[in-house]
Design a protein around this ligand. Structure first.
Ligand code: AMP
Length: 351
C-alpha cells in the first residue's frame, strides 16, 4: 500500500473503533469492587476501542461532599486509574465538569425523563434510604446526567459493574425517546464486561457490595497499607467448615473463594477448593485460617504496587493536571460535535 493509503487506512480504523465511556465518582478511595467491576475492563479496552473515561465530580455533588477535599479526591481517582494501567495517551481521561457540553445535553434529556420512572430506580431508592434528609432533584435525575455522560460521545459500550445495569437501561430509553422525537441521533449504549456476566464484588462479610461509603473494614481499598489488608482479610467471616463433602458454600465462604479466584494462582484456588469439597463433619480438611492467610498475602501482592504507584503520581500534581487538561481537550472535541447535531435536531440553532 502507498504511504497515503496506509495513513488513510489508519485513520479509518481509528474512526471506526467503537466508542467506550465510563466514569467513577470521586466520593472516596477506590476499592477492589471498582477495580474488578470497572477499571480492569478499562485497561483491556484501551487498546481495542476509542475510550473516554472520566471522574464524575458533578455526580458526587448529589451527596453534598466537602468540596474543599473534592479536588484532591478527583486527582486521587485520576492517579489510581493510571496506577491500575490506564494510559492517558491512549484514552481521554478527563474530569466531568471540564466538559460543559454534558450539562446542555442533560437539559434536553431531562425533558424526556419522567418523575415516575426516576423514582423507581434502585440507586435512587438506595440513596433515599441512606440520606433521607437530602433527597434533591440532582439525586432524582442522576440517571439522566449519566445518560448525557454516555450519549455526549455517542458511546455504545459502557464498562460498569452490575449495580449500574438498570441505569444503562434508562440511558437506552432516553436515547430511543430522543431518536423517536427528534430523529435518529444516538446509537444505543450497553453495559459491558469481558466475561458475559457483570461483576459484583461483595464485602468481606459476604453481606452487601464493597463500597466507598459503607463498612470500611469489609472493603479492601487500593490505598490500604499491607498490614491493614491482612487485618481485614483475617477478620472475614468463616465457620467451623462443611458438614458433608461437596457442600454448597455459604455466601461468605463463596465470597472468599471468589476473591481468591481474582488474585491468587489457579493452583492455590484448586487446593482450597479440593480441601473444601473433601471436608465433612469430623473430617474437616479445609483450614479457613490458612486460606485467609494465603488470600491476605496474595491480596497484598496485588494491591501493593497499585498503591505505591498511585502515591507517587499524587506527589506529581503538575503531571496529573496536564493529563486532565489533555483529556478534556479530546473529550470536548467529541462532545461539541455531538452537541452541534443535537441542537440541530432539537431546533435550538439560531446563531
Ligand atoms: P462508584 O464507586 O459507584 O463510582 O462506581 C464506579 C464503578 O465501579 C462503576 O462501574 C460501578 O459499577 C463499579 N463498582 C462499584 N462497586 C462495585 C462492586 N462492589 N463490585 C463491582 N463493581 C463495582
Amino acid at each position: 500500500m502507498a504511504k497515503n493509503g496506509i495513513v488513510i487506512h489508519y485513520l479509518r480504523t481509528a474512526m471506526e473503533k467503537e466508542i467506550v465511556l465510563s466514569g467513577i465518582r470521586p466520593t472516596g478511595f477506590l476499592h477492589l469492587g471498582n477495580y474488578f467491576g470497572a477499571m480492569r475492563n478499562y485497561v483491556r479496552m484501551q487498546d481495542e476501542f476509542n475510550c473516554y473515561f472520566f471522574v464524575a465530580n458533578w455526580h458526587s455533588l448529589t451527596t453534598h461532599p466537602d468540596t474543599k477535599t473534592l479536588q484532591e479526591s478527583v486527582l486521587r481517582v485520576v492517579a489510581e486509574n493510571i496506577a491500575c494501567g490506564l494510559d492517558p495517551e491512549k484514552v481521554s481521561l478527563y474530569v466531568q465538569s471540564d466538559v460543559p457540553e454534558i450539562a446542555e445535553l442533560y437539559l434536553y434529556l431531562n425533558m424526556l425523563a419522567y418523575k415516575g420512572e426516576l423514582e423507581k430506580t434502585t440507586t435512587f431508592k438506595d440513596k433515599v434510604r441512606m440520606q433521607p434528609e437530602n433527597v434533591n432533584a440532582g439525586l432524582l435525575t442522576y440517571p439522566v446526567l449519566q445518560a448525557a455522560d454516555i450519549l455526549i460521545h455517542r458511546a455504545v459500550k459502557v464498562p460498569v459493574g452490575k449495580d449500574q445495569e438498570q441505569n444503562l437501561e434508562m440511558a437506552r430509553n432516553f436515547a430511543e425517546r430522543f431518536n423517536h422525537r427528534y430523529g435518529e441521533t444516538f446509537p444505543l449504549p450497553y453495559a459491558f464486561n469481558y466475561n458475559s456476566e457483570l461483576v459484583k464484588i461483595m464485602g468481606l462479610d459476604g453481606n452487601g457490595k464493597m463500597s466507598k461509603s459503607e463498612n470500611q473494614m469489609t472493603t479492601l481499598f487500593l490505598a490500604d497499607e499491607d498490614e491493614l489488608i491482612r487485618k481485614k482479610v483475617m477478620k472475614a467471616k468463616t465457620d467451623q467448615g462443611p458438614l458433608t463433602p461437596n457442600s454448597v458454600k455459604p455466601d461468605y465462604i463463596q465470597n472468599l473463594f471468589t476473591l481468591m479466584g481474582l488474585v491468587s494462582s489457579a493452583d492455590t484456588v484448586k487446593k482450597f477448593e479440593d480441601d473444601f469439597n473433601n471436608s465433612s463433619d469430623g473430617n474437616c480438611i479445609i483450614r479457613y485460617g490458612d486460606m485467609k492467610k494465603q488470600l491476605a498475602e496474595d491480596m497484598v501482592q496485588f494491591i501493593n504496587p497499585i498503591r505505591n504507584k498511585a502515591a507517587d503520581l499524587q506527589n506529581n500534581k503538575d503531571l496529573l493536571l496536564k493529563i486532565i487538561h489533555q483529556g478534556a481537550d479530546k473529550a470536548r472535541t467529541s462532545a461539541s460535535a455531538t452537541l452541534t447535531t443535537v441542537r440541530k435536531a432539537v431546533g435550538m440553532e439560531y446563531l
